[in-house]
Design a protein around this ligand. Sequence first.
Ligand code: ATP
Length: 198
Amino acid sequence: MILLEARSLGVLRGGRRVVEGVDLRLEEGTVTALLGPNGGGKSSLLLALSGALPLSSGEVRVEGEGTSGWSPRSWARRVALCPQATVFDAPFPVMEAVVMGRYALREGLSGYDGTDRRIAREVLGELGLEGFEERPVTDLSGGEAARVALARALVREAPVLLLDEPTAALDPRQTLRVAELLRNRAGGGWRCWRPSTT
Ligand SMILES: Nc1ncnc2c1ncn2[C@@H]1O[C@H](COP(=O)(O)OP(=O)(O)OP(=O)(O)O)[C@@H](O)[C@H]1O
């Protein structure tokens, strides 16, 4: 099944066309790597594929459905993005920062419940962050903060997970841990995709 499809996608930033004519299909059960040079438009493409940047042309379909007019909540329920080099600037405890990843799944004004916190604890454990729950996110190392940002995307349990350089700040052991975790979650193989426009 095709989870996410982009057709003739274009994105403008600062009035400049930084993504142009991109066609892309992400299949269920696969991890796809996106390669390209610095400034080639990879982050811009991921932002557009998660609804965070407007398209200047083309369309994005998720699970076969057109996304035009989707609310932020609709996007968040279907596509979870872990942005590049997330910097935390408010001293929330790690548990709160991670559980916030499930905000879009809440109904009405309900708060986070035991299930949200159990899922957050499980993901923190998978990322080797047991015992970090009460630590302020502003007091973490770069690699620890990167894993907290990844945890926040993972707890969303969205069908599509978009990760922008999720292991750039990680040591080799943690990099392997994350690679293994992603492969297990997808339950399938790796693909490498290089857009023809970069
Ligand atoms: N907020 C912005 N306003 C204007 N231009 C931007 C903005 N962010 C990025 N750009 C420009 O858009 C182009 C693509 O940037 P983008 O961050 O998508 O590239 P990238 O492939 O992710 O790069 P890197 O590998 O260095 O992370 C670059 O030329 C960049 O200077």
